[in-house]
Design a binder for this molecule. Structure first.
Ligand code: TXA
Ligand code: MG
Length: 363
């Protein structure tokens, strides 16, 4: 398949004549059951008409995604949530007032009677994931198409989520009808997912909107034990959180600080990275900007600055692109610091631990 690649860089591009043409064409592709990759504020999404069964199936094919892993339905009007769920509950109202449009996904029950969103989109579940993104291109596409758009992250299944148009092109060129490249996204981690179908709302995937922020609006909020790393026989409630994910090609080990001092961590990372390099491989270190000077002048070791620990939104923004960069640079072994920052640390480490397959060295 020939993929049309359209570049819309900056807000003004969207409102230009060219921008209007691109959106027209993208909306038409969605209406006739095709696939369009588009930017959101979190990561790029791979979109199709959410009520079109054949179109939803195409998403799974293009990504190589297991068919029991449900898609998020993206909307651009609150009324669309009511259409899906049959009503707006007080919790939905409170959350949408506080966080929509934005990086929050709500899991809700479908309306009674004939469900609106087909099983092909929901992975066979009776519940649906709904998100109202804030990115203007995403919004314009949903509105212009006149549809709700089902969209997982626009990566090949298992690879790090795409945070730039280039990443999407790497994974999906030739497999989808159109890619809208709008440069880098704002947040860089996928939306927080909260399940509203339980008595006490449960966080199924941590993200930019934190548990504390959700509790302020909802009162008590719990966290799915499977994502807290607690040994549990129960599988994660978000099917997608079961799969190995976000992984670079190289084996990745996280070196975690268990004592008060950071020095032993730096020393161990350097020792491991040098030893791999000396055996003839290319090794990589991922570190916080503040620690960069500790890793200078190491032969055969590539050092990636992931952003400032003190500004963890930078780390969130860079995480997936650093993992992808390791692949591009042909790295064979990666050692990373841990980034358990106060605000976004939970979400960042959730992704990094998955990418590492929970390979941790405690120092
Ligand atoms: O930020 C985001 O959420 C991005 C952008 C494109 O919006 N999308 C995204 O989609 O991350 P995806 O497919 O990569 O991740 C969706 C997650 C999966 O783990 C899936 O299992 C879970 O949401 N999910 C979807 N529907 C669900 C449901 N009804 N119940 C529980 N989990 C659900
Ligand atoms: Mg994904």
């Amino acid at each position: 398949m020939k993929t049309k690649i359209a570049r819309l860089l900056g807000e003004e591009a969207l409102h230009s004549e060219e921008g209007a043409k691109v959106l027209d064409e993208a909306a038409e592709i969605i209406r006739r059951g095709g696939l369009v990759a588009f930017p959101t504020e979190t990561v790029y999404g791979l979109g199709a008409d959410a009520v079109n069964k054949k179109a939803a199936k195409k998403i799974y094919e293009a990504k190589g995604r297991p068919s029991d892993n449900p898609l998020i339905v993206h909307i651009a009007y609150i009324s669309q949530l009511a259409e899906i769920a049959g009503k707006i509950s007080p919790a939905m109202k409170a959350l949408s007032d506080a966080f929509w449009p934005g990086p929050l996904t709500m899991i809700v029950n479908q309306r009674e009677g004939e469900p609106l969103i087909p099983r092909e989109t929901t992975g066979g579940l009776s519940t649906v994931a709904v998100r109202f993104p804030s990115n203007p291109i995403a919004n314009a596409l949903i509105r212009e198409s006149g549809r709700m758009i089902a969209a997982p992250s626009a990566n090949t299944s298992g690879r790090p989520s795409p945070t730039s148009g280039e990443h999407v092109i790497e994974d999906l060129d030739g497999k989808v009808d159109m890619i809208i490249d709008a440069g880098s996204v704002d947040i860089g981690l996928e939306s927080t997912i909260i399940d509203l179908t339980e008595d006490i709302p449960v966080i199924l995937r941590p993200g930019f909107i934190t548990r504390g922020e959700l509790s302020k609006v909802l009162g008590e909020v719990s966290v799915d034990p499977a994502i807290e790393g607690v040994e549990s026989s129960a599988p994660p409630k978000a099917p997608g959180m079961r799969y190995r994910h976000y992984a670079p090609k190289a084996r990745l080990t996280i070196v975690e600080k268990k004592s008060a001092s950071s020095e032993p961590v730096f020393e161990r990372i350097i020792k491991e990275a040098l030893s791999f390099a000396q055996s003839g491989g290319k090794s990589a270190i991922i570190c916080a900007d503040e620690n960069l000077s500790h890793y200078e002048g190491l032969d055969g070791v590539k050092v990636y600055d992931i952003g400032r620990f003190e500004h963890d939104d930078e780390i969130a923004q860079n995480l997936f692109s650093v993992l992808r960069q390791c692949d591009c640079d042909g790295v064979g072994r990666i050692f990373s610091e841990s980034f358990d920052t106060p605000r976004l640390g939970g979400a960042i480490m959730n992704r990094l631990l998955k990418a590492a397959g929970h390979d941790i060295l405690e120092i």
